[in-house]
Design a protein around this ligand. Structure first.
Ligand SMILES: *Cc1c(COP(=O)(O)O)cnc(C)c1O
Length: 432
């Protein structure tokens, strides 16, 4: 068969390819569901662009101060329409997701205020932003205190604990949608809405911020549809659609976003400055592509979950669970498994495919880490990428895939490497 030959040329054995096809046979309904969500979200994005009369003048580059930057201002209106918020800040000057979150927090908190995380520990990089780990310029240094309520043993919200943790100083509540590198499940938008409603029932004036990283366009609603005052994310993840080479966004109430703009640039300047540097075509077109790119990444995640589950490995989320972000964890139980998987992802990449990833002692981690990424945009994790800390339980986290076909090749290649390393033996009689 011609397609099988093509895969053979890229290094995928017949057995691996056929096992993949066998797994895929049962996923057609699942994929249709993913496509339906993508279709809905595609209409949402096109609607937002039409409503704001996007035209060629919006793609023009600006430099210097960037006063009267129509493309930038209109892109922010498009984001606000798309996520149903009063306002948005979408800028290349926001360098990454952590920066966007740091701006949103520092802009809306003042000395003496308290920040509350009602659902456990936030993402690693936020520990230094908040000052959970001592760090130069943290919120803690500015006299902003932090309180955390951990999840109950069954991973549900500790509503009684949250009630007790909210007091007169509580100004802002931060909720992280994706599990990141934790073992708890990712929250659905509906669950986030319930948590926000509970917090507001105790103290209506509290600002509710959601770290929306990896969650955008996975469902038909976003946290801003269920009461969040701010949603925050990175443009080199879902909403950049793989085309944005840098950037972050904050969408929310006019009051919150205004605070963010004054913090990002300077008091008195706010949203008026910030040249677009010629990035508008990538930002607009990336947002346009984002729903289908997210769908491709989701299909890859579902495929990998089912494939590795069938081979007896533990996977989170499992093969049949509903999805609320694009991250897939697979536990191999040995360093060799993690390394072989990452080598496969790397070998399937369009960029740097000839590079062989090795574990190394990355700053900020307490064990060696192996990373695989062959991306057009460096560090982009909406592109197919994987990383695994070399420590028990020897799990690998992977995400992304600009096209479903590339995600599929990456996963087949990971299995190919596991077979070559003798970690997996495929028994063709079970699926031929
Ligand atoms: C990626 C991510 C961030 C921000 O990370 P950057 O690498 O700074 O973009 C924050 N929170 C979560 C849950 C993330 O996945």
């Amino acid at each position: 068969m011609e397609l099988e030959t093509m895969y053979r040329k890229l290094g995928i054995d017949k057995t691996v390819y056929r096992f993949g096809e066998h797994v895929l046979e049962k996923l057609q309904e699942r994929f249709r569901e993913i496509d339906r969500v993508a279709e809905y979200n595609q209409m949402k994005v096109i609607g937002a662009m039409q409503e704001n009369r996007v035209n060629a003048t919006h793609f023009a580059a600006t430099t210097g101060y960037g006063y009267d930057d129509a493309g930038r201002d209109n892109l922010e209106k498009v984001y606000a329409s798309c996520f149903h918020t009063e306002a948005a800040l979408v800028r290349p000057q926001i360098t990454c997701g952590t920066h966007a979150l740091a701006v949103a927090l520092a802009a809306n908190l003042r000395p003496g205020d308290e920040l509350l995380s009602p659902a456990g520990k936030p993402y690693d990089t936020l520990e230094e932003v908040i000052g959970i780990r001592d760090s130069v310029g943290s919120l803690k240094e500015y006299g902003i205190s932090y309180r955390q309520v951990d999840l109950l043993p069954d991973n549900s919200f500790d509503y009684e604990g949250i009630r007790q943790a909210i007091h007169e100083k509580t100004k802002l509540v931060t909720i992280q949608r994706s599990k990141g590198y934790q073992t708890r499940p990712t929250y659905s938008v509906r669950q986030i809405g319930e948590l926000i409603a509970f917090v507001k029932s105790i103290k209506p004036a509290v600002i509710c911020m959601v770290d929306n990283c990896y969650g955008e366009f996975v469902e038909t609603i976003e946290p801003s549809d269920v009461g969040a005052d701010m949603i925050v994310g990175s443009l080199i993840k879902n909403p950049g659609g793989g085309l944005a080479p840098i950037g972050g966004y904050i969408c929310g109430t006019k009051a919150c976003v205004e605070q963010c703009a004054y913090r990002l640039s300077a008091p008195g300047l706010g949203q008026e400055v910030g040249a677009n540097l010629g990035l508008m075509p990538a930002f607009y077109q990336g947002l346009f592509l984002a729903p289908t790119v997210v769908a491709s990444a989701l299909k890859g995640a579902v495929f990998a979950a089912n494939l590795y589950e069938q081979l007896g490995f533990s996977v989170i989320p499992n093969g049949s669970e509903s999805r609320h972000d694009i991250i897939q964890a697979i536990t191999f139980g040995t360093p060799e498994g993690v390394i072989a998987f990452c080598k496969g992802i790397q070998a399937a990449a369009p960029v740097d495919s000839y590079v062989v990833p090795e574990p190394w002692p990355m700053p900020g981690y307490d064990s060696d880490v192996i990373m695989a990424a062959g991306a057009f945009v460096q560090g982009s994790s909406i592109e197919l990428s994987a990383d695994g800390p070399i420590r028990p339980p020897y799990a690998v986290y992977f995400q992304g895939g600009l096209t479903w076909q590339h995600a599929k090749l990456g996963i087949l290649m990971s299995l190919q490497k596991l077979c070559e390393a003798g970690i997996v033996q495929l028994d063709e009689t079970q699926f031929a």
